[in-house]
Structure formats: structure tokens, C-alpha cells
Design a protein. Sequence first.
Length: 312
Amino acid sequence: YRGEEEIQKECALFPSAAVGETQSSVSAAEDLQTYSEREWKGNTTKSLLIRKGYEAIASEFNLRKVRGDNYCALRAVLFQVLSQSKQLPAWLHDSDISKWPKEMHSDQDFITEWQFPFETSKSKVQHLEQCLELLTNKWQEAVQCKSLEERERMCQQVFRGHDEEYELLEALKFLMLRTAVQLHSDMEKGSDVPEFCWLLFARDSSKCPKTFLTNHLRHVGFNGGLEQVEMCLLGYSLQETIRVVRLYKCDTEEFITYYPNDHKNASPLCLLTEDDRHYNVLVPKKPPKFDAYGRPKWNPPSDGQSSITTRL
């Protein structure tokens, strides 16, 4: 995992580097089985378990490796959003989201605590406005792509470790904060809220949006990644379902987990993790076949066991 200083050095060293695999934050797709056999050799209990998990999904998916820093969960989700979205979500289509930082700054003195992984001459409000405007533009550009090849080129332009990529990732963090503020307000009013909200604000370190930002969100990308309950918040903020294959949970009911688990849609963003810390992207080899519950019909591991969960 790369820290703040390393990210800043990279942004300074490669301000206008050509797009290529060496700078790409998300690699080209490769065969899951081949990757598993290369990375998990030996016969330790963990190696056997991880390989078994890979085997269970190898016939349905390929793998795209995501750069292993503390932004990786955000990066993997953003990649799937830009590579899969067929239309703009309603909240993005109907709103000028670039105004949201100023509105939040007027209502709550949160933005002063924001930190960016690179130097900027703009105020924090102005920079967040720029980040959100960029997110709108890139999302719109993605859905307007006429072919898979065009969309792949567009994604490769985005995911190369430059300022633009990190601005998009910071935009996702802001969306999470704004959603947290709204949900916490609903909780205080006694309104219905998603189940994960009670977990998010039950932590001593995030009793309210202010402490959530101070103790958790502002450190994402720098000193830590997203926790599971924060993955729920991310999915809810984007109005997407994030489906994660958790390889180290193979043979348990938590092998496949949805974030959030009460907000499912027919086209989830599929990720893979070996440890709940680093996330990679899953790419379907063909249109998935779903069972009666909307779950993909993946091949069970070689011993015939398979399990799926919708819990946190």
C-alpha cells in the first residue's frame, strides 16, 4: 500500500506521461485461473483456499488488477462505473453536483478538513467543485461511447495515476460524505434509513458525519482504505450495488457479499478481494446467467461446495 508521500511524488514525476501499461492504474484483463496459479503457489491452507475461490468463478470472469494503494476500492468501483454505465444516474442527470461543496460548506464547516493527495492553488471548496464537475463530464463521456473499444480507450486515459484520476476518487469521497450527512439527518428525524447506517454511526470514532470525516473518510487513500460499512455507503451514494467475491471467505456464507445488502440491482459492480483490503476488478467473459434470486450461476469449487451471502 502506497502512502501520501508516494502518491504526491508520482503526481509530480508524471504530469503528462503517455498512456501505457506501465502507468495504468487498472491492468488489461487476464485469465483468472492463470493468475491464481501464478500468484498462489504451494499447498498451504491459505493458498489452497484462495485457489479454490478463484476456481469457483474462473469460468465466468477475467481479472483486471487494480493499483495497490489505499484508494484501490474507490478506484475499482470508479472503473466499473465508467466501463459499465449505460446512462447517467438520475441524481447526476438532474443536478449540478459541482454546487454541492459550497452548499455543504455553508451549512456545515466540514470542507476545511479535506485533504488532497497533491498541491493546489484553489480553495478546498473550489477544488472539490472541480472534482465533481470532472466526475460529471467523465461519466457523461463514458455513456456516450459508441463501442467497447472507445470506452476502453477512455478508461485508459483516466486510469493512469495522474491528478485527474485522484480528483475523480476524491469526488467519490465527497459523495460519500454528503450522503452520510443526509442519512444522519434522517436518522435524527426518525425516518427510515438503510440498515448499514446504524453500523456506520454506531462506531465510537464516527458517531456523526463530522467525526466520520475526521477519523475515517479524510484518511482514505492516505493511511487506510474503505471498511465494509463504508463500502455500503459508497454503493448507496452512487445508487449502485457493489458485489464482492471475498476469496478468503470461500466455503462460508460470506464468500459473496453485497454492498449495501438491501439495495440490489440487476447489474452490480463486480469486484474481487483476497483480504478485504485490496480490490481487483472482475470482467464477465460472457453475459452472466442469473438464478431466480438474481444471483449469477457460477461454477462451484471442485469439491462441489458453494455459498452465497447478502450480509455485511
